[in-house]
Write a protein that binds this ligand. Sequence first.
Ligand SMILES: [Zn+2]
Length: 341
Amino acid sequence: MHATTKLLAAGWFLAAPLFGQLADSATDPAEDLAKFTREVLIPERLKLIDGDIVVPIDFDESRATFGTSLWPNGRVPYEFATNVGSTNEQRMIAAMQEWESLADVNFAPRNGEADYIRIISDSFNASEFLGRNGGRQRVWITSWTTHGTLVHELGHVLGFYHEQSRADRNTFVQINFNNVSQTACTDSNGNPASCNSQFTIRDPGDSEHGPYDFGSVMHYGACAFSNCTTCAATNNSCATITVLAPNTAQQTLIGQRVGASFWDGRVMSFLYPEDNWVFADDQISAIPFGTFLDPFGLAQALLIVPNNGKVWLKPGTYGGVGRIERPMKLEATYTAVRILN
Ligand SMILES: [Zn+2]
């Protein structure tokens, strides 16, 4: 994957001035042309985390994982600010189509909906909120020609956090805090500050889905927030993320911004599943919500799934099911499923 560490770093440097720069409330937040500079923005009550996600000031980062605020029926109304040219509109639409090809999501031009995204051309890449927050939420883009960056920001819109925010990340990568800039970020007063917090684990540990994905378009690059002016992914004195054995060959892959990975698509499709998909978890015996995040037990799933539908089995051991008389598919969401007599 790819050489995209510098792209991510660039996005961060551009975005960094946002952090802690509370907006003058006289600044009309509806005015897209307001520049996110040290003089302006981030609207009050909002803050920047992890370089490119803008969230409410009281946002519970420890619980900030995808799945809590999905778009109903996967439908995401969007509009472009007038400063986005037609070429860049088409680039963004191509990124939308990538997610639409991978999951049951549908980006649709806004037609008066109250909840929508507004895509704005600016000097940094960032998304406001994770998933659907309600009302207008903005997506700012500067790297229009980097398809994977557009896919990445839309990943936040749909609910994805960063891959290296997973609770299990220290098993797979090492964060080299000695190489993390201690001055390039800003505190709430706008003063230079450590970037260490950009590497906080956000996930309490119950939201890892699928294997740790070095190739995720949501993964930071190896040089993100480095204290080196120029940084190579393989330079141990500059890289901020080192992939651990036995996966060291992935060192130059992390941070790729070519597009969504297999697991990006698979996990997104679980969050926004096809209509005839039903999820089952052997840990669940009741409470049949039936989504990937709130799955049925297997017995309920088998009752609920439509004919010729698909029951996805989360890892676990299933038993006592008996005979299935209707046509359906059973598939494992990722691995290690046992079905006993
Ligand atoms: Zn991001």
